[in-house]
Ligand binder design. Structure first.
Ligand code: FMN
Length: 230
């Protein structure tokens, strides 16, 4: 990034000044990406901003593995395609019932087929300490484990949106965690949480469609939804 805060055509400082509400309303899973590289200094700046997120007990036991090497991308891509092929029939059945799922299928398939051409992947990982040894039990340790990663990931998605990069949270490509750990050379106590493919956006941003707030908010006890019109 130059001293003036620009990367190529992008005035990063100005772009990151996007009103928060606009960024939040339009950030969405952008899976179709150009193959042009994402400059390291821009990515580092966005990653640094993303780490302003909270972690459980301020542990900050996170690592970002940034994958740019074509061979490494191809290795993860091969792992992904095995999982994608196994999971595709489930998604196809859901797509037959739900046009929103059907709309997401084509860009997802495009990514699976073009994995090694995507400029960069960020794989947020978290080290598990004693309290997370048995991920899955007790429930509270699970929430503090994954809850220490996803706030940073959402920050990253919003920052990408502001500067014109497309990104999305994905878990399917690394569902076979031992395989992903082997490829990435992760120590036994560091786990990949998700994978974020990033590139200049080809697909469109939002507005996104979400359930109405009146339906989601329960007051005092689950089931009491006074904001819902009857
Ligand atoms: C925990 C989590 C896992 C996800 N895993 C995948 C995935 O494996 N593949 C994928 O294409 N999208 C994945 N997504 C993206 C969601 O499908 C997407 O955010 C959701 O459909 C909303 O899309 P929109 O923001 O474009 O409306 C995941 C999202 C989350 C939060």
């Amino acid at each position: 990034m130059s001293d003036e805060g620009t990367v190529g055509e992008v005035d990063v400082t100005q772009a990151l000044g996007m009103p928060l509400e606009d960024a939040m309303r339009t950030q969405r899973a952008v899976r179709r990406l150009h193959t042009d590289p994402v400059p390291d200094d821009l990515l580092l700046h966005l990653l640094e901003l993303s780490l302003k997120a909270p972690t459980s007990s301020n542990s900050q036991d996170w690592s970002y593995v940034v994958v740019k090497d074509r061979e490494q991308k191809a290795r993860i891509g091969r792992l992904y395609r095995v999982l994608y092929r196994a999971f595709a029939p489930v998604v196809e059945r859901a797509a037959a019932r739900d046009p929103d799922v059907a709309r997401q299928m084509a860009p997802g398939k495009w990514q699976a087929e073009n994995f090694a051409d995507i400029p960069v992947f960020v794989i947020p990982c978290y080290r598990h300490g004693l309290k997370h040894m048995a991920i899955g039990w007790p429930q509270i340790s699970v929430s503090s484990y994954y809850g220490s990663v996803y706030p940073a990931v959402q920050n990253l998605l919003l920052a990408c949106r502001a500067v014109g990069l497309g990104a999305s949270i994905q878990t399917l490509p690394i569902w076979f965690v031992p395989g992903a750990k082997r490829i990435l050379g992760l120590p036994w106590n560091v786990n990949p949480v998700c994978i974020v493919p990033i590139g200049w956006a080809k697909g469109r941003y939002g507005p996104t469609k979400r359930r109405p707030i009146e339906e989601v908010v329960h007051v005092d006890r689950y089931g009491n939804r006074p904001f819902l019109e009857t």
